[in-house]
Design a binder for this molecule. Structure first.
Ligand code: TMP
Length: 201
């Protein structure tokens, strides 16, 4: 089973992923978590480039770099694990490229982004995507004291467009389960767990 988490920066994905992973492991599942971009040596190197505020990256190059990191992760780690019936949780997947590069950066037309996503994922699709919905204003407030990476320095208008991108995806994609990320950590965890348990049974 492939479970992905999406949402704008500050939506609390990492906390929820670690709670879900622990719970599923306690129930006897073998669970693997990877972050995107990242998760393999090469993909982590690409992550270092993508998030470095001192490097100027052309918007189309940015799409291709996120996609290169993804292609390596899927081919090297995710596909073999799914073939072995393990549970894989991804902290972001190709929906982030659609929302950040497609809607946020407007680097390429959305259907071109979809084509690149298709190539980079080697045919792998999530069974369920938890979209932690948080307004860009609340997210900005939550992250205001954090040190910002190259993507997080992209500005308010950019994050509003990214948010709208996720909202579009949530409307169009049946696999999207929208979660109110302003609820408490425990409430969100229970919502996610209920859904995953139902799915696994
Ligand atoms: P993270 O902080 O959630 O690990 O993600 C790294 C940053 O990269 C975050 O700002 C979202 C952004 N990102 C994209 O712009 N496009 C993508 O395809 C992915 C996976 C992440």
């Amino acid at each position: 089973m492939l479970i992905t988490f999406e949402g704008i920066d500050g939506s609390g994905k990492s906390t929820q992923i670690s709670l879900l992973k622990n719970e599923l492991q306690e129930q006897g599942y073998s669970v693997y978590v990877f972050r995107e971009p990242g998760g393999t040596d090469l993909s982590e190197m690409i992550r270092g480039i993508l998030l470095n505020p001192e490097i100027d990256i052309d918007p189309v190059t940015e799409v291709l770099l996120f996609s290169s990191a993804r292609s390596q992760l899927i081919a090297e780690k995710v596909k073999p694990l799914l073939d072995n019936n393990d549970v894989v949780i991804l902290d972001r997947f190709y929906d982030s490229t659609t929302a950040y590069q497609g809607y946020g950066r407007q680097s390429l037309a959305i259907d071109q982004i979809h084509q690149i996503n298709k190539a980079a994922t080697h045919g792998v699709k999530p069974d369920v995507t938890f979209y932690l919905r948080l307004s860009p204003q609340v997210a900005a407030e939550r992250t205001k004291h954090f040190e910002k990476d190259r993507m997080e320095l992209s500005g308010e208008t950019f994050f509003e467009r990214v948010y709208n991108g996720f909202e579009q995806l949530a409307k169009n994609e049946e696999r999207f389960k929208t979660i109110n990320a302003e609820k408490s950590i425990e409430e969100i965890h229970q919502d996610i767990l209920n859904f995953v348990k139902e799915f696994l049974s």
